[in-house]
Design a protein around this ligand. Structure first.
Ligand code: HEM
Length: 405
């Protein structure tokens, strides 16, 4: 356990300060691109841990990389039963994200093989083919909104294929995804309504696969057992819901920040055109610098983090970008360095809940970024269209770009 020798972690002092409002760091308001990350940077400069208020619920926003890692690696104290500070008692369940050991471990054992490096390698031809279809459609236009036209479409089609669903349902999934992740509070009315609709949709799919199994993830999942018992339909649906949320929006957001960075940093774009072999390390650097996942945990016993006493039942908020831009961890942490060495970032989290889909995510990012830049090595922002960023799961609403055809 790390102790941060810092008078700024005295809980009584912190609790007497104006609390950091959750809505101010991750609310429903539209901001200029990068504003959420800048806010986390600013807080880290002020101190390693901050007292906050999330719609009346007390929470601690942790800014220091060591403390963030400590919390991830102590799941007995920092439970996943609630994953966002403004929802300490959620009415919904995401499997495996919101499970704790020992059940969580059993689910990871079942799901791990689906996303192993070997399984993901086998998917590569499909991933490549789906991206090329999108690229063939978009490249001749000379302009696009990279978010809507490429970044969201790509992981969406891969997900539908993995689950064995028709690509024609992509628009429906995109609508649900938006309602769940980007309408403000992640457990708000609109989000919960959309989650229920997703579950209803999957209930139909599960019933169908029980009758006639195919070669997809759901057909495999209905054969799984835990402690000798078949998995209930309810739990299968909670798994489908999480897969849907974890796999679509994340890859889309990462691609969008990467392309926005390159469109606004022509030196980096030129360098990648000259040295395309840098793409894998550039992708890791974009993962580090634009880490939009901001997990929460529920504290299960009175404890302390970096010398700051924390009470049972309070939430902690662990923004990965704050760890990944911590200057104690990375030299020139505030700069994007395409060939950064020893880039041991935490963009996929840490501890037992570390991203199950990281190999698939890296493959999608590498295929997408490599093929896009082979076909369209030079592009720029369309200056007439303002770009906005949303909270919830942080991401860009649009990235309007133009290129010569
Ligand atoms: C750039 C893309 C991605 C990023 C940055 C990312 C990031 C993360 C992070 C930080 C976590 C941990 C959350 C926590 O500690 O509470 C996580 C969990 C998870 N991710 Fe990803 N992810 C990405 C793509 C994917 C993809 C493509 C899939 C699968 C199709 C996926 C599936 C999951 C699942 C199932 C979990 C929950 C794991 C558990 O609770 O044990 N992710 N992801």
């Amino acid at each position: 356990m790390t102790t941060v020798d810092d008078p700024r972690t005295s809980a009584s002092d912190l609790r007497s300060k104006e609390p950091v409002r959750f809505a101010d760091v991750n609310g429903a308001v539209k901001t200029p691109p990068g504003a959420h990350f800048a806010k986390f940077d600013q807080l880290r400069e002020q101190g390693p841990i901050h007292w906050g208020d999330a719609s009346g619920n007390p929470y601690w926003l942790v800014s220091d990389a060591d403390l963030i890692r400590d919390a991830f690696q102590d799941p007995a104290t920092y439970s996943n039963s609630a994953a966002t500070p403004d929802q300490p008692n959620p009415s919904y369940l995401w499997i495996p994200e919101m499970l704790d050991a020992p059940l969580h471990t059993k689910w990871r054992q079942l799901t791990g093989p689906l996303f192993s490096p070997g399984a993901v390698e086998k998917l590569k031809p499909q991933v490549h083919a789906r991206f090329m279809e999108i690229l063939d459609d978009v490249a001749p236009r000379g302009e696009c909104d990279f978010v809507a036209d490429v970044a969201l479409r790509f992981p969406n089609t891969i997900f539908l294929e993995l689950i064995g669903l028709p690509i024609s349902d992509a628009a429906l999934f995109q609508e649900w995804e938006f309602a769940i992740l980007h309408t403000g509070a992640m457990g708000g009315d609109e989000a919960v309504r959309a989650m229920n609709e997703v579950m209803q949709y999957f209930a139909g799919v599960v019933a169908e696969r029980r009758k006639s199994p195919q070669h997809d993830i759901i057909s495999q999942a209905i054969t799984w057992t835990i402690d000798g018992e078949k998995i209930s339909d309810e739990d299968l649906l909670a798994f489908c819901l999480l897969m849907f949320m974890a796999g679509l929006d994340t890859v889309a957001a990462q691609l969008s920040y990467s392309v926005l960075h390159l469109a606004t940093n022509p030196d980096d774009l030129d360098r990648l055109a000259r040295e395309p072999e840098l793409m894998p390390s550039a992708i890791e650097e974009f993962l580090r610098f634009y880490s939009f996942v901001t997990p929460g945990r529920k504290v299960m016993r009175d404890t302390e983090l970096g010398g700051c006493p924390i009470k049972q039942g309070e939430m902690v908020y662990l923004p990965l970008v704050s760890a990944n831009r911590d200057p104690k961890e990375f030299p020139d942490a505030d700069k994007v360095i395409l060939d950064r060495e020893n880039n041991r970032h935490m963009a996929f989290g840490a501890g037992p809940h570390r991203c199950l889909g990281s190999h698939l995510a890296r493959q999608e990012l590498l295929v997408g970024m490599t093929e896009w830049h082979k076909r369209i090595p030079k592009y720029r922002l369309n200056p007439d269209v303002p770009i906005t960023e949303h909270g919830g799961q942080i991401g860009l609403d649009n990235v309007p770009i133009i290129w010569d055809v």
